[in-house]
Design a protein around this ligand. Structure first.
Ligand code: PEP
Ligand code: MN
Length: 341
């Protein structure tokens, strides 16, 4: 932390701040300029109380942290890429994976048909929502437990591991007993009890960025999962809310580049929820590969026009096949290996 004192602060007031800094467990180093004094506070900002409250002292101009709040997920802590084993699939490093499936599990036929189609096109994991975090309480909320049974059947038939969302701590045990990866959705990105409960399940976690979440907040959510003993986290950028409404959200490719630099975790991109429209999925997916993402999460439905949720953004199986075909040379150009199911 750097504490800047107001111009012309008398010596007694400077010493008062230095004493307060010591009480918080830091060593104050006074830097005396011509007009003002700056106090560099030496110590681990994560291990001590925050000094930000010193701003209430009348002689203090500003208090600025110099250290990032996350640690375990940072590249400083672990320089090499984390590779996460999901039921035998190795995610991260030089690989590129595509996770695909319907927004919602609607029935067995729709789910199994989609699972077979995405597997044939090369997806390595199957996604499908059993519990749906819908904006409106009048919209389809997901089938719940029966959908988990359907996902299990899709896994039995195709062999693809299952990614599905868990919405509350009370559902973690149930969902984790079916899922290979627990998805934490954008609306729950900072739900600390859920992050803790999901971490405790021991399952790998696909952590979406919040709808208006800062990259720091996203990485701190991942840090929560680490602190609760689970190191298998896949980050997923899914578009953020901005002033622009041409697409449902704005895909923040900068955040992907920043996350790749800041952390050792795999970073996926979900072009479906970013775009909210099927015709933008392939261009955004291409860009995601080029910016350095480790994988994609894509919504696919056999008949999007009849989908019970997110119909406008779901690809038909043939469009998904086209996406996979278009990705292949880009993934190769990026020095990655497209892993196919
Ligand atoms: C989803 O994956 O279907 C979903 C609801 O995503 P998000 O949490 O990103 O809105
Ligand atoms: Mn969806």
């Amino acid at each position: 932390m750097i504490v800047v004192l107001k111009i012309g602060s008398p010596e007694a007031e400077i010493q008062q701040v230095a004493e307060a800094v010591k009480k918080f467990g830091y060593e104050p180093k006074l830097i005396r300029g011509v007009e003002r004094t700056v106090i560099a506070c030496v110590g681990d900002e994560r291990g001590h109380h925050t000094l930000e409250s010193l701003i209430v002292l009348p002689q203090v101009e500003s208090v600025t942290p110099v250290q990032k709040k996350y640690k375990l997920v940072s590249r400083q802590y672990q320089p090499h890429d984390t590779i996460i084993d999901v039921a035998g699939a190795q995610i991260g490093g030089k690989t590129f994976h595509v996770v695909a499936g319907p927004c919602s599990v609607e029935d067995t036929a729709q789910t199994v048909e989609t699972a077979k189609a995405v597997k044939a096109a090369g997806a390595t994991l199957f996604r499908g929502g059993a519990f749906k975090p819908r904006t409106s309480p009048y919209d389809f909320q997901g089938l719940g437990k029966p959908a988990l049974e359907i996902l299990k059947e899709a896994r039995r038939i195709t062999g693809l591991p299952i990614v599905t969302e868990v919405m509350g701590p009370q559902d973690v045990e149930l969902v984790a007993s079916y899922a290979d990866v627990l998805q934490i959705g954008a609306r729950n990105a900072q739900n600390v009890p859920l992050l803790a409960a999901a971490a405790a399940s021991g399952k790998p976690i696909l952590l979406k960025r919040g709808i208006s979440g800062l990259v720091d907040e996203w990485l701190l959510a991942a840090e929560y999962i680490f602190v609760h003993g689970n190191h298998r986290v896949i980050l997923c950028e899914r578009g953020i809310r901005t002033f622009e409404h041409a697409c449902r959200n704005t895909l923040d490719l900068s955040a992907v580049a920043v996350a790749k630099k800041e952390t050792h975790l795999p970073v996926f991109v979900d072009p479906s929820h970013a775009a909210g429209r099927a015709d933008m999925i392939i261009p955004l997916a291409r860009a995601a590969v080029a910016v350095g993402a480790d994988g994609l999460l894509v919504e696919v439905h056999p008949d999007p026009a009849t989908a019970l949720s997110d119909g406008g953004q779901q690809l038909k199986p043939a469009q998904f096949q086209q996406l996979m075909d278009e990705l292949r040379p880009i993934v190769k150009a990026m020095g990655r290996q497209l892993v196919v199911g």
